[in-house]
Design a protein around this ligand. Structure first.
Ligand code: ATP
Length: 133
């Protein structure tokens, strides 16, 4: 069975580089399940889990915060604003970020950049979910 090369990169580091069987992501226009020989495509990603079926069996899960995916015939590059492997996620930190965002979004807070707080909340919830499931 053929494989495709998956790279996950952020401005800070290369998070992952492996031959894999399948990648599933949440693009701006919905879920994408990517197998080898997928049609070429570049599309923005949502703040969501990325699930990888590994070549040797088993799965890997990442929390990805936005960015883009570039799909080529036998290579997929995810260029993310941030990305963490499930086991790397510090859940306490994500819980604290979630609480801060919720406080900012509550009617009590003043001078809030709501869009920014909403995105921060989404990142925190995504990290908590990816680590927990
Ligand atoms: P925080 O407010 O806790 O910094 P954030 O959502 O603002 O959260 P980002 O700007 O998305 O953080 O990420 C900054 C860096 O910290 C990235 O390298 C990201 O991978 C890492 N990071 C953020 N939150 C966590 C976490 N809970 N566990 C592990 N790494 C994290």
């Amino acid at each position: 069975m053929s494989t495709l090369l998956l790279e996950i990169v952020t401005p800070e580091r290369k998070v992952y580089e492996q031959e894999v069987k399948m990648v599933s992501v949440k693009g701006e226009e919905g879920e994408l399940g990517i197998l080898p020989n997928h049609i070429p495509l570049v599309t923005p990603l949502r703040i969501a889990p990325v699930i990888v079926k590994k070549d040797g069996g088993g799965t890997e899960k990442f929390a990805v915060s936005g960015g883009f995916i570039e799909i080529r015939k036998d290579k997929v590059v995810i260029l993310a604003e941030s990305a963490e492997l499930a086991s790397e996620i510090d859940v306490e930190r994500a819980e604290a970020a979630k609480r801060r965002a919720e406080e900012r979004l509550s009617a009590k807070a003043e001078h809030v950049d709501f869009k920014r707080a909403e995105l921060s909340l989404q990142r925190a919830i995504n990290r908590i979910n990816v680590n927990g499931k």
